[in-house]
Design a binder for this molecule. Structure first.
Ligand SMILES: *Cc1c(COP(=O)(O)O)cnc(C)c1O
Length: 394
């Protein structure tokens, strides 16, 4: 049997194929909307799905650049197939439209990315799809939420922005028993630290805008998983679009080649910053899955091999003190998004999660005083020095 290479080697080599025409070493950018058929028979066979090959860039497999990225990501997540999208939200929308129809029921983690919350709470109910938001950190809650109509369980772990985790393998098992799909938004952990498909989930997705691209210079989404589902989703994508641009696909291929190195440094820096914040008198609490004080430390260690660069914390003096801190940072940027090479700080209650009603936010732990930090790959001493001066100035 051929020896399976390690994750870092997969990041660099998986799916890379030398260009057969000119021998280009890196994957070319196929900046084209359409593909030429040799004859009418071939065009007809491609449209009929009787022959594989490219047709038109909206229709999967899109272009050879997209195909390399999709395959590389599928290899990293341990999935049978992959599919790229124009954004993380385009990916989540295509999954929902493929998995759910009128009369179906969706169970979703209550603490999720703000726009996912809005899609599930405002758009899907209008299509006759019922949605239950559940505290998935307790598996019993998920068990209780199932109905005969439940067709999809959507998890975000670690969740944005509270870093709450859920037991992916236990929930994937219950989903299977109930004939439901189990989908995990793996944006925070990336396949470097967590592989939901290996834990039993059917689909794992990431917003490429974050760690996959890794440099805050593109929008993209990507899904890996079961081939049957991907084939059904291809049909939906062909009709709805939401396709990644070829240049973005190329940037994501490039980003994935350093994923392992960046994630190591993000996590190492985040741990140092978390420990620093915990030591400060101005800070009321810190949540980072790598800290022994993290409430779900055991579960996080069981299903993740590391804890990424995301953390959140609360300042004594609440919202006003938090705002002063965010206005006082100099090296860190006050910006939403995450997974960039530089450190980003933001206020979920007024920014990324402002769309979640106040009472709901409070009940699920997205308090007004919560500050979210995406720790970058700068020298950790510089990040800490910046936070220190900003804390001293509040
Ligand atoms: C950013 C993000 C998304 C949405 O991705 P876009 O690329 O911005 O559409 C979905 N889930 C999580 C956890 C995110 O952080």
């Amino acid at each position: 049997m051929e020896r399976e290479v390690k994750f870092a080697t997969k990041c660099v080599h998986a799916a890379e194929k030398p260009d057969p025409v000119f021998g280009a070493h890196t994957t070319p950018i196929f900046q084209t909307s359409t593909f030429i058929f040799e004859n009418v028979r071939q065009g007809a066979a491609r449209f009929a799905g009787e022959e594989s090959g490219y047709i038109y860039a909206r229709i999967p497999p899109n272009t050879p650049t997209h195909a390399v990225l999709a395959e590389k990501f599928a290899v990293l997540e341990g999935g049978e197939a992959g599919q790229t999208f124009a954004s993380g939200m385009a990916a989540i929308t295509a999954i929902a439209l493929t998995a759910l129809k009128q009369g179906d029921h969706l169970i979703s983690t209550d603490v999720i990315y703000g726009c996912t919350y809005s899609l599930f709470s405002q758009v899907l109910p209008g299509l006759g799809i019922e949605v239950s938001f559940v505290d998935t950190s307790k598996t019993e809650n998920v068990k209780r939420a199932f109905k005969p109509e439940t067709k999809m369980v959507f998890l975000e772990s670690p969740a944005n922005p509270t870093l709450t985790v859920c037991d992916i393998s236990a929930i994937a098992r219950i989903s299977k028993e109930n004939g439901s799909l189990c989908v995990v938004d793996n944006t925070f952990a990336t396949p470097y630290f967590q592989r939901p498909l290996e834990l039993g989930a059917d689909l794992s997705l990431s917003s490429c805008t974050k760690y996959i691209g890794g440099h805050a210079d593109l929008l993209g989404g990507i899904v890996a998983g079961n081939k049957d589902f991907m084939d059904r989703m291809s049909v939906v994508i062909g009709y709805t679009g939401g396709i990644m641009g070829p240049h973005e696909a190329w940037l994501c291929i490039r980003g994935l080649k350093t994923l392992h190195i960046r994630m190591e440094r993000h996590a190492e820096n985040a741990m140092k910053v978390a420990e620093f914040l915990e030591s400060r008198p101005e800070v009321e609490w810190v949540r980072y899955p790598g800290l022994p004080t993290y409430p779900q430390y055991e579960l996080a260690r069981r299903q993740m091999s590391g804890f990424s660069g995301m953390l959140c914390f609360g300042i004594k003096g609440g919202v006003e003190a938090g705002k002063r801190l965010m206005d006082n940072v100099k090296l860190c940027s006050l910006a939403v998004s995450l997974g960039a090479t530089d450190t980003l700080i933001q206020h979920p209650a007024s920014m990324t999660h402002a769309c979640v009603p106040h009472a709901v936010r409070n009940s699920i732990g997205i308090t007004d005083g919560l500050v979210r930090l995406s720790v970058g790959i700068e020298d950790p001493e510089d990040i800490i020095a910046d936070l220190k001066q900003a804390l001293e100035a509040i």
